[in-house]
Design a protein around this ligand. Structure first.
Ligand code: ADE
Length: 251
């Protein structure tokens, strides 16, 4: 899986994503993440990428041209890589020829969730566009963006942190990124249930004991206990999800 990011802060993104699990997945070549600096594509002699908004108002707007050119550069790179792969593998071009989705991180987008993460994890390439200042010239958004995604109903200073959130959530669904593939499936939000509580050694911590059933070795009972705890927890903490769970299970 190949992630491409269009940003004014490539170092911030690469530093964050090069650590921990996503970093290890990059080292192993399971995913790759490339951040392209939009500023490298401005023709303005002082390196400016923003200007005053037409019609007046506060703040600055990111200009269309550097973003358009940065996107074009990334798409050309993807096409070259795909052509090389297809040559080597003597493979049909059909599916791979698809132009990659461009995700604009914006509070005006579809609110991100696990279902969207699963949908995005099926793509071979994803391009993320991170905005700053008061926004981006609408014309380039109309030209290149395929998806608008928000990470919640609050406003951040830029799209970098939201893009990192989405890349992290999508990466861990790519086969081989987590140590065991089962864990991505059986955890919070699978089947609209939150995850059951977990315990590790010691058996007793400051007078608090690990639930007896987990020490029993009786797998059926453990499974039943975990499901019960998941349901209990979802009902209490996320009644909205619990309602969906009940609907799906005709309860
Ligand atoms: N950019 C600024 N705020 C955002 C948000 N909540 N989600 C996605 N992108 C954003």
């Amino acid at each position: 899986m190949h992630f491409h990011i269009l940003t004014l802060f490539p170092e911030m993104m690469m530093q964050g994503l090069s650590t921990s699990i996503t970093g290890r997945a990059m080292d192993k070549g399971i995913i790759d993440i490339e951040a392209t600096n939009i500023r490298d594509f401005t023709k303005e002699k002082h390196g400016h990428v923003d200007d005053y908004p037409y019609g007046g108002g506060a703040g600055m707007v990111m200009q269309a041209e550097p973003i358009y050119l940065a996107h074009q550069h990334v798409v050309e790179g993807i096409e070259q890589r795909r052509a090389l792969c297809n040559e080597q593998e003597n493979e049909e071009l059909s599916e791979k020829k698809k132009t990659p989705r461009v995700i604009y991180m914006t509070p005006q987008g579809r609110v991100f969730n696990q279902e969207i993460a699963q949908e995005l994890a099926k793509e071979e390439d994803l391009i993320f566009l991170c905005g700053h200042y008061e926004g981006i010239d609408e014309r380039v958004l109309d030209m290149i963006v395929t998806d608008n995604i928000s990470i919640g109903d609050y406003v951040l200073t830029g799209g970098e942190l939201p893009a990192m959130v989405v890349i992290d959530a999508v990466s861990r669904l790519v086969p081989g990124v987590l140590n065991n593939d089962v864990s991505a499936e059986f955890e919070s939000f699978h089947d609209n249930l939150l995850e059951y509580p977990q315990y590790t050694r010691p058996e007793e911590f400051m007078g608090r004991k690990v639930p007896e059933v987990l020490l029993s070795g009786h797998h059926k009972n453990i499974e039943a206990w975990r499901l019960e705890k998941s349901i209990e927890r979802t009902k209490e903490r996320r009644p909205d999800l619990y309602e969906k769970y009940c609907k799906d299970h005709n309860k």
